[in-house]
Design a protein around this ligand. Structure first.
Ligand code: G5P
Ligand code: MG
Length: 220
């Protein structure tokens, strides 16, 4: 099956992928799929797959490629793709093998967005993050605090700390990104699909991404 529009957000942990994806999703008719959220839903629901990935994730390591593609495939097959202009994948693929599996089974991307944020800024952000686990909505005590401390703005449910936001896991996630995921960027750069946005503030980077997407998709 091929996807009409396929945009990938590939960037380091804590670089603002999900924050930016929620903004893209609100404006463009792309359905946002975050592989981390899919795994966390399995963990929350106590599925066998959730049990398999729980420790891997809380240690900050990558889940195996076949399981990752299985979870993504389940999610894509449930979406009514006619309702959307395409998909926005947040955090997938993360290995060169996932790139190959994804393209073979689904589609080559039209566009790959990377946000390049210094790791010192990322470590600071993740120490301040609160997450609404069922929806993937994220907050930050400095940047984007909830209206009521500790409570999700939309559902009124409690916000939680992610188990992989502890310092040792953050350090593993950043190492894995550098060693395993960054080579993907070169692959897409060589195919002229990569657009990099650098900076330390999402609110500065976001208007640049928005403008770029409008031009790319020829939206007035
Ligand atoms: P996830 O869930 O994809 P990560 O580690 O890739 O997790 P993460 O942590 O979700 O990425 P993000 O989405 O890039 O980060 O960033 P975010 O949540 O939007 O922003 C981070 C924080 O910064 C938030 O608190 C936000 O409010 C704040 N913030 C944003 N902008 C600013 C700003 O300008 N200033 C300030 N001060 N703060 C800001 O994947 C989790 C795990 O799932 C598995 C792996 O185990 C992975 O570690 N997994 C996979 N395994 C194998 N293959 C795959 N494809 C996998 N996908 C997931
Ligand atoms: Mg995220």
């Amino acid at each position: 099956m091929s996807l009409k529009r396929c945009v990938l957000l590939i960037a380091a942990p804590g670089s603002g992928k999900s924050t930016i994806a929620k903004r893209i999703e609100r404006i463009y008719k792309l359905t946002h799929i975050c592989s981390g959220d899919l795994f966390r839903a399995h963990i929350a629901n106590g599925t066998d797959l959730g049990k398999q990935v729980e420790k891997i994730m809380s240690d900050g390591n990558l889940v195996d490629d076949d399981l990752t593609m299985q979870v993504l495939g389940d999610s894509l097959s449930k979406i009514n793709l006619k309702e959307y202009d395409g998909v926005l994948l947040d955090g997938i693929p993360r290995t060169l093998n996932q790139v190959e599996l994804f393209e073979r089974q689904w589609s080559a991307p039209n566009l790959v967005i990377n946000v390049d944020v210094p790791f010192t800024e990322i470590v600071n952000r993740l120490s301040n993050r609160l997450t609404h686990l069922p929806s993937g909505r994220v907050y930050n005590m400095d940047f984007d605090p909830p209206e009521v401390p500790g409570i999700d703005d939309v559902t009124g449910e409690k916000l939680q700390l992610r188990s992989d936001d502890k310092p040792e896991a953050v350090s593993n996630r950043l190492d894995n990104y550098e060693l395993i995921t960054q080579p993907i960027l070169k692959h897409y750069k060589d195919r002229q699909l990569l657009k990099v946005f650098s900076g330390t503030e999402t609110n500065v980077i976001w208007p640049e991404i928005d403008l770029f997407l409008k031009k790319h998709f020829k939206i007035a």
